[in-house]
Structure formats: C-alpha cells, structure tokens
Design a protein around this ligand. Structure first.
Ligand code: NDP
Length: 297
C-alpha cells in the first residue's frame, strides 16, 4: 500500500486564497486593512528567511506588513518599548516576535508583553489558558495548520487515537489540546516515554514534532494511519550539499501509512498560511466584525 500524500502546499494555497478574499472584503466594505508587525532581533539566518517569507505572503494577501529588524545588542527594555508601541498602534492587528531571541532576553517576559488579542503566534499565557479551557483564543500557527490538514483529510476526528510525539509549548502541547478539542483520544509522548514504538503503533493519527531526522520508521506506524510530520531537519547529501527531511522516515512510512505529509511541502507552508489567517481573525475581533469561516478553530 502506498499512502496518499497530504499536499500542504495546495491546502496552504487555498487558505491564503480565503484570507485574501476576506481581506478584500474588509478593505472594500469596512475600510479596514489588517496589519501584521514582525519583530526580528539579531541575525539568525533561518529566522531571516522566515521573516522575509512572512512579509512577502502578508503583502500578497493584501495586508499591511511591517518589519522591525533590531540588532542583537538591543536591550530587553528597548524591545519591550517597541512591543508597547505596537500594542497601541491601531493599524497593527497582529504582532509576532520571531523566536529564538538572543540569550540576554527573557522570551517568556517578551511574549507575555504582547497584547493577547494581537498575539498571532498564540504563545501568550492568556491564549495558552484559553486554548486549554476550550475558549476562543489565538491558536499557535503550526498546530492550527496540522489540524486544518487533518480535518481536510478526515472530516471528523472524533474518537480516533492520536499520538503526538513532542511536548514543546509551540507545537506538541497545543497540538494535543487541539486534537482533544476535536474529540480524539490523545497521548503525548516525549524523550522519557517507554516503548515509544508501541505507543506510536496505537495511533490512528501520528504527529511527529521532535526535531530528530527520520527518527520514526515505517514499522512504528499502524497500517492506514495518518501521519503529520512537523519536523524540519537538514541532513548532508552525498554530493556535499544538504536536504530537508522530517522526523519520520518518509520512504518506509509511505508504504504503511494511509496518508502522510511530505517534508518539505507539508506542514511548513501551512504555518505561514495560518499566521495570515490569525492576523485576519485578530483584525475582525478587534473591529467586532464577523470572523472568516474555516480559518480558525
Ligand atoms: P523542541 O526541541 O522544543 O521539542 C522537541 C520535543 O521532542 C521535546 O518534547 C522532546 O522531549 C521530544 N524528543 C526529543 N527527543 C526525543 C526522542 N528521542 N523520543 C521522543 N521524544 C523526543 O522542538 P519543537 O517542538 O520546537 O520542534 C520540533 C520539530 O518541529 C523541529 O524539527 C522543528 O524544526 C520543527 N518545527 C517545524 C515547524 C513548521 O512550520 N513545519 C514549526 C515549528 C517547529 P523532552 O520534552 O522530553 O525533551
């Protein structure tokens, strides 16, 4: 059996199309342009690429995109002052502080300084609490993108056994909350889990968010299961160049799973599409306007 490939690029394109349509209605009917501010501190090359892509796609969707690039010598106080300014800027509906921050900064303090209603990454402690108690919140982009792909593939997820490998605050934990919200029976596995292979074999839905290249082989996967591979790992090729792989060994997993996301072209494109979706949602909430359908949970 060969698994169906869940095409994250195509689903992300349809999310971006919905976002752009809603932005056009906001501009034309209400005179409101959703605005996203992205703050990058330092010179991390991967972060620079992410920030560039985010800005480009924000503009393509018809939104206002503002970038603040600060040197890594910036003091925490200066960053907090900028966040305060953005919190009070009525043209800005979403604020994203690109992580990781330089070591001299306290990331929790910085993230929790963002107005929760503008926290389009969904990392503010208020949004974490709202999600955990099943209330309307800003939902972290990567898990939201994974849930959209799962709903797109399965329709209802109710009653399915879901295993999330990884318990980070940005992927694993919110992913588990979302799956629970959709009535899955959820297990969260991590580096101390005993018999990880056995735990994974019980999964109808397996989400891998570990950061270890090709760690999960095909024989850990239940035949017919849906596999969402969040991992992005760069490994060397024979020609001295590098390539991206996920946390799942795609070649063996594709023979067993019912459906699987590729790396690249799976979860990655969905993450940015969901950032745009969250910005539109935040804008609608700020203005008391109806929220776009299908762009949040
Ligand atoms: P973290 O490093 O924060 O968390 C990794 C988790 O994996 C931890 O909970 C850790 O367990 C667990 N883990 C580590 N080793 C093992 C092991 N041998 N067996 C079982 N569990 C293990 O990573 P993130 O959650 O931030 O990211 C995970 C992956 O997803 C990375 O590859 C990252 O690049 C990618 N990513 C992709 C995104 C996208 O848009 N596609 C967005 C965000 C992340 P413990 O807690 O016990 O240490």
């Amino acid at each position: 059996m060969t698994a169906q490939i869940i095409d994250g690029k195509a689903i992300a394109a349809s999310v971006r199309e919905k976002v752009a349509g809603h932005v056009a209605r906001l501009v034309n009917e209400h005179g409101v342009t959703p605005g996203l501010a992205v703050v990058l501190v330092g010179e991390n090359p991967a972060s620079q690429v992410y920030v560039r892509n985010k800005g480009k796609q924000t503009k393509e969707a018809g939104m206002l995109s503002v970038e603040h690039r600060l040197p890594d010598t910036t003091s925490e106080g200066d960053l907090l002052a900028l966040i305060d300014e953005l919190n009070n800027d009525p043209t800005i509906h979403g604020i994203l502080v690109q992580l990781p921050l330089p070591e001299h900064m306290n990331s929790d303090l910085v993230i929790n300084a963002i107005d929760p209603s503008k926290d389009v990454d969904g990392f503010h402690i208020s949004n974490v609490g709202l999600l955990g108690t099943g209330q309307k919140s800003m939902v972290p982009c990567t898990p939201l993108g994974c849930l959209m792909m799962l709903r797109d593939h399965h329709g209802s997820l109710s009653g399915l056994n879901a295993v999330v490998v990884g318990r980070s605050n940005i992927v694993g934990k919110p992913m588990a909350q979302l799956l629970l919200g959709d009535s899955c029976t959820v297990t969260i596995a991590h580096s101390r889990t005993m018999d990880l292979a056995g735990v994974c074999r019980g999964a109808d839905i397996l989400v891998a968010a570990v950061g270890r290249p090709q760690m999960i082989p095909g024989d850990w996967i239940k035949p017919g299961a849906t596999v969402i591979d969040v991992g992005i790992n760069r490994i060397p090729k024979e020609d001295g160049k590098t390539r991206l792989v996920g946390d799942v060994d795609f070649d063996s997993a594709v023979e067993v799973a019912g459906a699987i996301t590729p790396v690249p072209g799976g979860v990655g494109p969905m993450t940015i599409a969901c950032l745009l979706a969250n910005t539109v949602t935040a804008c609608c909430r700020a203005k008391g306007l109806p929220e776009p359908e299908g762009l949040t949970v």
